[in-house]
Every structure is written in structure tokens, then in C-alpha cells.
Write a protein that binds this ligand. Structure first.
Ligand code: BG6
Length: 503
């Protein structure tokens, strides 16, 4: 065990800290892999006990029962990043809590995005976050939340501001999707199992579809932020493109963080939004109207509390993207994300090409000529492509569909599938994403965090899509809450077999 590190959370009275970070830290303490203490920081005038009480209140019963062990190591210090004296007091308190020992410090920015750069510069000014201490021992690292910028230009600016003060290996840009077990398994599945890799290219894959569907509405208190953000910036640019990068990247030479991130950035750089000519055919922006979700009435986006009247922000986006690499040239990557859809699920489907000739499933009594004619004109098409489904959440599973001969005299093939489910195979429940990521940041392992160039490449794609929509004056397709999104998205399959997965 290395000496206990301090996790300093700026923005400690906010929702992210109370709902996500503290439960994750209770879990991490329980896992016992690494000793740490926590110092909550915000402008509210609280003391240690009052902060502990707030944390305990926000935990679920199970976490509250486990909080007793960590609680004595949870502290609070009021400070404001625009008040140097308060940061100096924080610095003294951290030293005092460390009891004269040289300890590592992880500064977690759970702040509003506009405060990211000022906070880093203020911490650096008072000597709390000096450059060049990314490695072990008395490290000084920064964890920075999303949204990391709101477009390519602002992300570049923020990267430049961070790099002016810190080394890249001190900066841990978080995307909680990378902390999900099944997202990490994308790497394991692809590069541990030799049977799929030879098929994983334009030669055998017809299309790849990625869905991040949510049934929830815009959460309470978040409407103002969401309305200025929209589905592309909120989820597509980050979570979805991270999943895409892991599905489409070239094999890394090792599992070293830079080896993996080098390959991810290559594929993100090769990712293309539809051209101006195709943008209206190959993408859909939508917004939910009133409907029903899970048997309950659901109001329209425009009627959600805090959404400005007449807002045209998209709560749904579907896009047919392409990847200009030798491996993927010509293979559509169909991406779809929306709020207030029928159900919550995140899933990747890799659809393989169909055999060149249909030999099976000829209706009884049909002669050769009629069979060929009916296959050619599409009125008889019983070939189903093999589809590999990687279910990320809430189901954590992998399945492969294929055809089997139906018992009997005729050569009739029926659909079948092979299924693997994490729940059946392993007893242990996956650790929550934040727990894994915070432990990795403490250990200095940046594999599951985003590098500056990765974030910028992802923004370049999001900007191209959003600019394309603006230039084409793309219409907003309404979809009822509780549906699968606008019907217009079906057209993205143009020229391909199949349709959107239903989770
Ligand atoms: C967040 C978005 O980053 O991810 C939210 O801001 C979204 O709008 C959430 O609901 C989805 O995360 P998960 O883990 O529930 O799929």
C-alpha cells in the first residue's frame, strides 16, 4: 500500500458529488485497494460533521451502512476558487490533514464547466497544483468532468489553458462510459478472441449500429444546461464516440495507455459526418412530444420545466457516419441517441454481410426460375444477416445470431442465437463506473481517460454534424415520448439490410 492519498473534490455540495462521487468513494473504500481520504471543498460554510451528514443523507441504505468506515477520513473545507486567501487556507488544511507526510493529491473538478480553467489556474497560483507531478508518490493530478468544451474551438482553448500549467500526464479527462465493465470488454472481446478479428472489416461487415437510448426526460434542474447543449453535445460527442472508437480502432501493440489511446485517436480522426449533400438523407435531429413512457403519461420536451418556449434543441440524433480507413471504408456506422425513448439501453450491433447466393428456404413447389426471379425482385428474401450484438447496459451480454436448419425434409433455415450474459457467468456485480475510474486516477492509470487529441477529434466530428445541420437548416423531427424515435431515421439504412435494433 502506498501512503494514503487525498482526494480533493471542488464542487462538493453539488449533485455530482453527492449522487455519484461519494457513493463511488464509499465503494472504493470498501474495496480496500487503496487508502485515501476525501476533502470536500465548496463555497458553502460547512464543517466536517455537517458535510458528512449531507453525504450520508444522499447515500442509499447499503452505502450508508458502509459509510462508517470512510466517514472519519471525510473532511470539508470551505473555499472559493476566486478567493486566493481561502485557497491558501485549503492548502494549510490539506498539509495539516496529511500530518506532515508527503501524500499524493487528486483534485476532482466537479464544477460548472466555465470554472474549469479558472479553478486550475487558481490552484496552480497557490502552489497546490504544480506542473510535473503526474507520477507516483506525492503526485498532483487533476480529474476534469464533462462537458470538456462545447465545440472544437473551446475544447482546444481549454486544452491549451491546461497545458500552460500542467503536463498531459497530470490531466484525467473523465468519460464515465469508459468505466463501464461492458465498454472495457469491447477491447477484451475484440483482441482476445482471434475468431472475430479477421471478420472485423469492410470485407465482412455490412454495417455497424450503435444505440444509446434513454427513457428518462431531461432531469429536473438540468433543463437550462441541456437546452444549450442538445443530444449531440451531451452524449454523441463523448460516450457514443468512445464506444465507436473501441469498436472500430486498430489493434493496439500493448495495453499501455498510450498504445490504446493512439489507436482510438486515429479512428476518431478518420470519422466523417455526412457531406453537405447527404446530410438531410443521412441524419435526423428530433425532439420529443407528449406521449407515454412505461405506462405513464409523459409531457413534451417543450413543456418540461425550464425549457425555453419554442426551443429547437434536439433531444434525439441519428447519423450515418463513415470511417475513412482501409478497414472501414464504405461501411456505414449508424449512431442513434435520444431521450424519452421506449426504453433505456446501450447496444452495439455488428451486422455481417449476407452470403452471395440464397440456396435455402425455397417455398415448396417453386421451380428454379421462379425462385431466382423472386429473390432478385426482393419479394422473397429470407436470408438474415449474422448479427453480433454487444449489449452494454442495462443488459450486459453478447449474442450472435445465425441460421439453423429446421428439422424436417425441406432445407428450411430458421433464425437462432448464441447468448452470453454477464449475470449468469459471474457472481460479482460490476463496480460502478465512477468507482473504477477514481481508483484508476489515484493509481495514475490514464487508459480509461481521454487524451487532449481524442477529445478534439471527437469535437471535430460533432462540429461537422452540427454545422451541417445549421447550413442545411435541418428540420426538427417530432417523436412521441415512449417511441423508438422519428420514423425518418429508418431511411439511414438506405441500401442495407435490416433496421434499428430494439434492445
Ligand atoms: C451523461 C449525460 O453524461 O450521461 C446525461 O449528460 C445522460 O444526459 C447520461 O443521461 C447517461 O449515462 P448512463 O450511464 O445512464 O447511460
Amino acid at each position: 500500500m502506498t501512503s494514503p492519498a487525498q482526494i480533493v473534490i471542488l464542487g462538493a455540495s453539488g449533485d455530482l458529488t453527492l449522487k455519484k462521487l461519494m457513493p463511488a468513494l464509499v465503494g472504493a473504500a470498501r474495496a480496500g485497494k487503496r487508502a485515501f481520504s476525501v476533502v470536500g471543498v465548496s463555497r458553502s460554510e460547512l464543517d466536517d460533521d455537517a458535510f458528512r451528514a449531507r453525504v450520508a443523507d444522499a447515500l442509499d441504505d447499503d452505502a450508508r451502512a458502509a459509510f462508517g468506515d470512510l466517514a472519519p477520513r471525510v473532511h470539508y473545507q470551505p473555499a472559493d476558487v476566486s478567493d486566493e486567501a481561502s485557497l491558501r487556507a485549503l492548502s494549510e488544511r490539506l498539509d495539516e490533514l496529511a500530518g506532515g507526510e508527503e501524500v499524493g493529491r487528486l483534485f476532482y473538478l466537479a464544477l460548472k464547466p466555465e470554472l474549469f480553467a479558472p479553478a486550475v489556474s487558481a490552484l496552480s497560483d497557490v502552489g497546490l497544483l504544480p506542473r510535473g507531478c503526474g507520477r507516483e508518490g506525492a503526485f498532483r493530478r487533476l480529474v476534469i468532468e464533462k462537458p470538456f468544451g462545447s465545440d472544437l474551438a473551446s475544447a482546444r482553448r481549454l486544452n491549451a489553458e491546461l497545458h500552460a500549467l500542467l503536463d498531459e500526464d497530470q490531466i484525467f479527462r473523465i468519460d464515465h462510459y469508459l468505466g463501464k465493465e461492458t465498454v472495457q470488454n469491447l477491447l477484451g472481446f475484440r483482441f482476445h478472441n482471434a475468431i472475430f478479428e479477421p471478420l472485423w472489416s469492410r470485407h465482412h461487415v455490412e454495417l455497424v449500429q450503435i444505440t444509446v437510448a434513454e427513457d428518462i426526460a431531461v432531469e429536473k434542474g438540468r433543463a437550462a444546461f441541456y437546452d444549450g447543449t442538445g443530444a449531440v453535445r451531451d452524449v454523441v460527442q463523448n460516450h457514443m464516440l468512445q464506444v465507436l472508437a473501441l469498436v472500430a480502432m486498430e489493434p493496439p501493440v500493448s495495453l499501455a495507455p498510450e498504445a490504446i489511446r493512439d489507436q482510438k485517436v486515429q479512428v476518431l480522426r478518420a470519422l466523417r459526418a455526412p457531406d453537405r449533400e447527404d446530410i438531410l438523407r443521412h441524419s435526423v435531429r428530433g425532439q420529443y412530444t407528449a406521449g407515454e413512457v412505461g405506462g405513464r403519461e409523459a409531457r413534451a420536451y417543450l413543456d418540461e420545466e425550464g425549457v425555453p418556449e419554442g426551443s429547437t434543441t434536439e433531444t434525439y440524433a441519428a447519423v450515418r457516419a463513415s470511417i475513412d480507413t482501409w478497414r472501414w471504408s464504405g461501411v456505414p456506422f449508424l449512431l442513434r441517441h435520444g431521450k424519452r425513448l421506449r426504453k433505456k439501453y446501450t447496444e452495439v450491433q455488428v451486422q455481417f454481410r449476407t452470403p452471395p447466393l440464397q440456396l435455402f428456404n425455397r417455398p415448396e413447389g417453386m421451380d428454379d426460375a421462379e425462385f431466382s426471379r423472386r429473390l432478385r425482385d426482393g419479394s422473397l428474401c429470407q436470408i438474415r444477416p449474422n448479427v453480433l450484438t454487444l449489449s452494454i447496459q442495462p443488459r450486459e451480454a453478447i449474442s450472435l445470431s445465425f441460421g439453423v436448419k429446421r428439422p424436417g425434409a425441406a432445407m428450411v433455415m430458421s433464425p437462432a442465437r448464441l447468448d452470453f450474459d454477464y449475470r449468469d457467468a459471474f457472481d460479482a456485480k460490476s463496480a460502478p463506473a465512477y468507482e473504477r475510474l477514481i481508483l484508476d486516477a489515484l493509481a495514475g492509470d490514464a487508459t480509461l481517460f481521454l487524451r487532449a487529441d481524442e477529445i478534439e477529434a471527437s469535437w471535430a466530428f460533432a462540429d461537422a454534424l452540427l454545422d451541417g445541420w445549421a447550413a442545411a437548416d435541418a428540420p426538427l423531427a417530432p417523436y412521441p415520448a415512449g417511441s423508438d424515435g422519428p420514423d425518418a431515421a429508418d431511411a439511414l439504412f438506405e441500401g442495407c439490410e435490416g433496421g434499428w435494433s430494439r434492445g
